[in-house]
Design a protein around this ligand. Structure first.
Ligand SMILES: Cc1ncc(C[n+]2csc(CCOP(=O)(O)OP(=O)(O)OP(=O)(O)O)c2C)c(N)n1
Length: 232
């Protein structure tokens, strides 16, 4: 009983669903955005992505990342049985991705361990700062991608969405319309907000995300495998 309660507490923290649509930000889109949106900030961050040497996480569509000292794990929303409803099978839903975003380190470690248990050493994972890097080696996780992004963020207040314009240091830029839905929240309404925002911004061309392009350029074999396994 205690184990069930503890698991429930762990699983109910640091979790939300990120619904987003990536687009090519043309000069026209930027002009429209500056007219109808409010700029809410500009920042720079460095991302490091981790996986096992045989890519045991990303081949299962799980993306472990460290950004500004914080850990994040993005994994498919279908993992926990929260399948999309028929109402979401729209054109708008097809243009968006939705991933469970976990930011609670003990839970990230639990999920990662579940997926790559075959390669883990038989020892406890530590959450203290000194032990932080040791959990990576215990789970045989190495950094396979890192880059810095310059991000400008806008908001359309009436929709409650965030629009990020990213310039990555390996020479790639991309825009994204994003809504963060709290665990158990309304994904359908997030999709509708994104669709209305996209319509306001004009004709949006669909493009790949930064890590996709990074992998295509720096790890072409793994990128090809992710395509053939239908992860990307
Ligand atoms: C079109 C498409 N893109 C990515 C994936 C896989 N995938 C899911 S999460 C993910 C990791 C990258 O997540 P993303 O949201 O693109 O990162 P970023 O651009 O930095 O935005 P932020 O996290 O700051 O909001 C990937 C590759 C997919 N299956 N299909």
């Amino acid at each position: 009983k205690v184990i069930i309660i503890v698991s429930y507490i762990i699983l109910s923290t640091g979790m939300s669903v990120e619904v987003e649509r990536k687009f090519l930000c043309s000069a026209d889109t930027l002009k429209t955005l500056e007219e109808i949106g409010a700029c809410v900030g500009q920042r720079q961050f460095h991302d490091q992505y981790f996986d096992t040497p045989k890519f045991g996480l990303t081949l299962r569509d799980m993306w472990l990342r460290k950004r500004k000292g914080c850990w994040e794990l993005k994994c498919p929303t279908t993992v926990d049985g929260s399948e999309e409803t028929s109402g979401e099978k729209s054109k708008a839903a097809g243009l968006c991705t939705r991933y469970k975003e976990i930011t609670n380190l003990p839970e990230i470690q639990l999920r990662v361990k579940e997926v790559i248990k075959d390669v883990c050493e038989d020892s406890e994972t530590g959450a203290s700062e000194e032990e932080e890097e040791s959990w990576l080696s215990k789970m045989n996780l190495v950094c396979f991608a890192e880059f810095t992004t310059e991000r400008r963020s806008f908001t359309l207040q009436e929709e409650g969405v965030q629009i990020d314009l990213d310039q990555a240091d390996f020479g790639y830029h991309v825009g994204e319309i994003e809504v963060l839905v709290p665990d158990g929240g309304d994904v359908q309404s997030a999709l509708e907000k994104i669709e209305r925002t996209a319509q306001k911004l004009g004709e949006l061309k669909r493009v790949e995300g930064k890590i996709n392009v990074y992998l295509r350029r720096k790890h072409p074999e793994h990128y090809a495998k992710l395509l053939s396994e239908h992860v990307l």
